[in-house]
Design a protein around this ligand. Structure first.
Ligand code: HPA
Length: 268
């Protein structure tokens, strides 16, 4: 960890970020617009490189609306074959760099039949259905405690703030529970039905490991899903779904999404 922190401080002239943002599928543009220092993951000690198309794989430092921000332009996923520890390592790095608030974003499938593609959803809670946990292993007492409370990962005051920003921008926000499966296969209609019965509104293959680690480290988490598609079987007339569709819809939503993130960062 120390070599990662020293490397990043040297590369960024000691930039101390207060806000962290992890940019999901198709949502990485913010880090093109605001970019003071950009460091590919391949160059950062102990980082793993992203293998997913549409994910750039670099850590970007910039000031946005007067706040110092570090952004992950592209994230690593469990389904790429990396360990839970490796995919959540950047969150711990952000914590050590000084990040207090972490904004997690993703593209997600709608489990809730009322949600439409390109809707944005504030994550109110999650269900970890990945069958494992990023905190398994020896505990690092310098980051958090062995049995951390997860009663309010997604902070209510941040949700209220995001709602206010969305309202000012005229953006409709959904609220809901994010259900994380490992992927990389999309779910079956029966699995989506199960997720709905269990209380899920959206489904995806990311975010939850990072949210668990961020909350464990004492960071305030805000989660925003861009609804990219109706999940399998939600609308019986829809016979299949594809990654191309996910990226395409994220493209439609990204202008509103970007404006919202900027406004939230400004209001923090
Ligand atoms: N399922 C899982 N992950 C996803 C989906 C989905 O339907 N859409 C975008 N990410």
């Amino acid at each position: 960890m120390e070599n990662t922190i020293n490397f990043l401080k040297a590369k960024t002239n000691n930039f101390i970020p207060e806000v962290g943002i992890i940019l999901g599928s198709g949502l990485g543009e913010l880090a093109d617009e605001y970019c003071e220092y950009a460091i590919p993951y391949t160059e950062i000690p102990n980082f793993i490189k992203s293998t997913v198309k549409g994910h750039k794989g670099r850590l970007v430092f910039a000031e946005i609306e007067g706040k110092r921000v570090v952004m992950m332009q592209g994230r690593n996923h469990f389904y790429e074959g990396h360990s839970m520890q490796d995919i959540t390592y950047p969150v711990k790095v952000m914590k050590k760099l000084g990040v207090k608030t972490l904004i997690l974003t993703n593209a997600a499938g709608a489990v809730n039949a009322d949600f439409k593609p390109a809707d944005l959803m504030l994550i109110t809670d999650h269900i970890n259905y990945m069958g494992t946990n990023p905190l398994i292993g020896a505990n690092d007492d310098s980051l958090g405690e062995r049995f951390p409370d997860m009663s309010e990962i997604y902070k209510k005051d941040l949700i209220a703030l995001a709602d206010k920003c969305a309202k000012n921008l005229g953006l409709k926000m959904q609220h809901g529970v994010y259900f994380a499966s490992t992927g990389p296969s999309y779910e079956t209609p029966a699995e989506i039905k199960m997720a709905r019965i269990l209380g899920a509104d959206a489904v995806g293959m990311s975010t939850v490991p990072e949210a668990i680690v961020a909350n464990y480290c004492g960071m305030n988490v805000l989660g925003i899903s861009c609804i990219s598609n109706a999940a399998a079987g939600v609308h019986p007339e829809q016979v299949s779904l594809s990654h191309a569709e996910v990226i395409e819809t994220a493209n439609v939503a990204k202008a509103g999404f970007k404006a919202l993130i900027k406004d939230i960062v400004k209001s923090l």
